[in-house]
Design a binder for this molecule. Sequence first.
Ligand code: HEC
Ligand code: HEC
Length: 344
Amino acid sequence: MAGKWKRRLSKAAGYGVAVLLVVACVGITATVGWRPFVGPKARPLTARRFEATPARLERGRYLVESVSACFACHTTYDSKEPAKSYAAATNKGGGGTLAADGAPWLVAPNITPDAETGAGLWTDDMFARAIREGIGHDGRALFPAMPYQNYRNYSDEDVASIVVYLRSIPPVKNRLPQSEIPFPVSKLINTVPEPLENSVAEPDLSTPVRRGAYMIKVADCAGCHTPRGDKGEPLPGMAYAGGNPFEDGKGGAVTPMNLTPDATGISYYDEALFVKAIRTGHVGARALSQHMPWWVYRNMTDEDLKSIFAYLRTLKPVKHRVDNSEKPTYCKICKQKHGLGERN
Ligand code: HEC
Ligand code: HEC
């Protein structure tokens, strides 16, 4: 691989694999119909503008940088040390490819305010529609590795904050080609975007579990931790039960773990252990792979992290052994290869 392709961070890189194996087929499950040929369902753009207020800037910075990990994909930097280079990057939002794991054709665009090579000329609603509804500024269906299916849950106020913040970051001059999604996936993704016809109200954050339910969606934990079938569909009854291995190309794999409160999941965690794992990337002495973007989530507030844990505790326990210290073997539950797969 050419040098410039190599510099990807692990989250994006990881998604690359998941994307190829998994998301590539999202939407094929739906009745395909004529949609692939007539373009995606999209609502017309509006002229709405989001007023920049200090509160929105602050909220937007938090959501973009620490919760939704937008820059984990939309930035080019050293994938070997994402924890360090993500924090230090001065080209945040400048875009990059999801190449290191085999999707050089997938480009996370430059979303900085640079007028020539970035998003400087896009309207506020172009942003809002891309983030929640999966339609690019130019009307194309976005490949669903961009987690718009989960960001759809963002309230109107939160999406306004995200856009206000993205307008405030330093412009980065970085011209990138558009994604070249292989046929027929390039057509099939037209079935994925769903317009939002109504406004999305502020979430109910009145209890830790409710707050956690919102935060876990917009942080897209399910994007990695809920196993998917070969058409990209989340496996029924398996929410957060682990799967979707990131293969290292040498027969090894790192697989997102089972986060449900089953004995094969993280029933042994308590709140303090969870918060420490996300803040430090260590579960006791065990270091978490950088494919788990703890180095993004570690900047979440205590309240949000504790709420996510409270929510995880309410999940249906699912029996699904995943162990990254063991050699990957075939698992008949998720139909993928991962450590302890043969024992499921
Ligand atoms: C897992 C990687 C990933 C994450 C996380 C991610 N994106 Fe994206 N994003 C992409 C990719 C890849 C595309 C381009 C998809 C395509 O070309 O079909 C994209 C496209 C976009 C676009 C459309 C650009 C255009 O050309 O119109 C916008 C806007 C955007 N992302 C903003 C965001 C924001 C804001 C966040 C965080 C709230 C975010 N993205 C998080 C990967 C990601
Ligand atoms: C880009 C993919 C990805 C995303 C997104 C992601 N994870 Fe992970 N996660 C992983 C991988 C891979 C592992 C396994 C790491 C290892 O074993 O070294 C993991 C492991 C974990 C563990 C350790 C489990 C154990 O058995 O000790 C916890 C806890 C966890 N993730 C929580 C979360 C939460 C909470 C979120 C959302 C805020 C999240 N993850 C989002 C990929 C991801």
